[in-house]
Design a protein around this ligand. Structure first.
Ligand code: ASP
Length: 589
């Protein structure tokens, strides 16, 4: 090794020792005869002192060193004198007095500072990702990610899971996105699909008798662009045989607790056991199927209270099958009119026509709706929401899906404003009993809410021919602090039920045979009852690292427009490659 110690490991107990260090010049301070270099490696930073008088050659080399030069330093560790210690640095009690400094490699001036985390334009960060990754925040995030994956393996191995790899070159396995495809050179005109998930393969591993499988699996989905989406991402993918829903939830609950106890001593799990909300409950109480349960501020239904009101906004909405709901924001009654008006911008993008407010102030109730409501109605509303003096009620009257989306979002905004979303609190929860199917207007057919391999709740098979929209799935989502971090289901394991499901989804028998014949056939050879789940590792690590974007916890992410700015992908390929692959490019006009 070119070094005997890591920069970041040196402590008082090393004082007096001769050490050899190697790392990058984090910062350099030139005091003439004394040059101070903060030398950085993966373990941290230590101060190196180079004294012109005692080590003139070393000083001459240090004089040439600049930010991000790679140095090797031979020196002796010494305790810093009292008053010169740096309590903010783990190595701050010591410094290394250099007697020899070697430049292992110089560096161009980096396009941004490595030594602090001042914001830098993201495209510059992504173009020079190898430099961006040198920064402390990114080092910390990727190291945390490593530990998360390592602890996942430890925990699952201890629970008798087997890690099994599945191929990347497969046939389409639908998760509701478009496939990335790979042209076959050996089979002209044919394509492999890259897996949107290992879904079918892990089910086939259950048919194969492995009983407990997991994989840290890359998933590839050619989806439309969205702010925090990546065309490839990583899942903890898992499947178990001879289980019921509750068994899977318990395994995962144990895994989360394990991760937090091992890696996040500064964070608290808010509820144990994790609450289980039905989809309907989550939508009606929080306006979201991934509710942030760190705080209350639940949606309160006022529909019945105002159904008979003369106030047109309410009466009309109710008569058209709509709802009137509100959230009570504690202590916000004194928001200015302007502030209140601005809140509307948080509901309008969700289709709400407006936002009504009712402020319960010392001097009385203020509301633009007050003059349209009878005192009895105002009192009934106040009682329903249990408002105290000082509270602010925010009301949306609209169709149920609009009310849910608008108030669900507003609730999060108000939660942020009131500081109720503490990053050190982890409110894990389960959302269960999702609908099995949803109607796709465009395609004029039912589509699977989760995926076509999800089993309905057994008694709901009875609705298949009469009211498929009412069928509930044995599907569950893992939610954390307002994010969906995973989802899974108990699967169909009988061939005829799987065939029935394809039929419900408007897939003809021929199509089903062509696309999914393998799984229909496999289920005829004694497929065990089974189910599983997949957790989004990127999202999970982002939350654990207090990051809002998954790009901050991926080594080499793509931009929001799916480009790799460092590698320059996607890029054209040569004529020769195209010919080999039997492809011709046809560009749209
Ligand atoms: N394959 C599913 C997904 O990617 C997860 C599962 O059902 O296990 O969402």
């Amino acid at each position: 090794m070119l070094k005997t110690h890591a920069c970041g490991e040196l402590r008082l107990e090393h004082a007096g020792q001769e050490v050899t260090l190697a790392g990058w010049v984090h910062r350099r301070r030139d005091h003439g005869a004394l040059i101070f270099i903060d030398l950085r490696d993966r373990e941290g930073i230590v101060q190196v002192v180079v004294d012109a008088e005692n080590a003139p050659e070393a000083h001459a080399v240090a004089d040439r060193a600049r930010a991000e030069y790679v140095l090797q330093v031979h020196g002796r560790v010494r305790a810093r004198p009292e008053g010169f210690r740096n309590p903010n640095l783990p190595t701050g009690d010591v410094e290394v007095v250099a007697h020899k400094v070697t430049i292992l490699n110089p560096s161009k001036t980096p396009p941004f500072y490595i030594y602090d985390d001042t914001p830098v334009d993201e495209s510059l960060r992504l173009k020079y990702r190898y430099l961006d990754l040198r920064r402390q925040r990114m080092q910390r995030n990727l190291i945390l990610r490593h530990h998360v994956v390592n602890e996942i393996r430890q925990y699952l191995n201890a629970h008798k899971f087997l890690e099994i790899e599945t191929p990347l070159l497969i046939k389409s396995t639908p998760e509701g996105a478009r496939d990335f495809v790979v042209p076959s050179r050996l089979h002209p005109g044919k394509f492999y699909a890259l897996p949107q998930s290992p879904q079918q393969l892990k089910q086939l591993l259950m048919v194969a008798g492995f009983e407990r499988y997991y994989q840290i699996a890359r998933c590839l989905r050619d989806e439309d662009l969205r702010a925090d989406r990546q065309p490839e991402f990583t899942q903890l993918d898992l499947e178990m045989s001879f289980v019921e829903q509750e068994d899977i939830l318990n395994i995962i609950e144990g895994l989360y607790i394990h991760l937090v106890e091992k890696l996040l001593p500064h964070k608290r799990i808010k509820f144990r056991p994790f609450p289980r909300l039905t989809y309907e409950e989550a939508m009606s109480r929080y306006g979201s199927d991934k509710p942030d349960l760190r705080f209350g501020m639940e949606l309160v239904d006022l529909t019945d209270v105002v159904a008979e009101s003369k106030f047109r906004v309410f009466a009309q909405t109710v008569s058209q099958g709509g709802q009137v709901k509100g959230i009570l924001v504690p202590g916000a009654a004194n928001y200015s009119r302007k502030e209140l008006e601005q809140l509307e911008s948080h509901v309008k993008p969700y289709g709400a026509k407006g936002l009504l407010w009712m402020a319960f102030r010392e001097e009385g109730i203020r509301s633009p709706a007050a003059k349209h409501l009878t005192p009895g109605e105002v009192q009934a509303i106040r009682e329903r929401v249990q408002a105290q003096t000082g509270d602010l009620l925010l009301i949306v009257a609209d169709q149920p899906d609009v009310v849910a989306a608008a108030l669900g979002n507003l609730r999060l905004v108000m939660g942020d404003r009131l500081g109720l979303r503490d990053p050190n609190e982890l409110a894990f929860a389960w959302v269960v009993e999702f609908p099995l199917l949803e109607w796709d207007e465009e395609e004029a057919r039912w589509v699977a809410v989760h995926h076509p391999f999800t089993s309905p709740i057994p008694e709901d098979w009875a609705l298949a021919d009469t009211d498929p929209g009412k069928m509930r799935a044995q599907a569950y989502d893992s939610v954390l602090n307002g994010w969906e971090v995973g989802g899974g289901s108990i699967r169909i394991h009988r061939s005829e039920e799987q065939a029935k499901m394809f039929e419900l989804l408007g897939i003809t028998q021929e199509q089903a045979q062509a696309q999914f014949g393998h799984i229909l056939e496999a289920f005829q050879y004694g497929a065990p009852p089974h189910g599983g789940i997949a957790l989004g590792i990127d999202r999970l690590v982002a939350i654990f690292a207090d990051e809002t974007s998954i790009r901050e916890v991926m080594a080499f992410p793509k931009t929001t427009s799916a480009q790799d700015l460092m590698l320059g992908a996607p890029s054209p390929i040569s004529e020769e490659q195209l010919r080999e692959l039997h492809l011709a490019i046809v560009l749209d006009e």
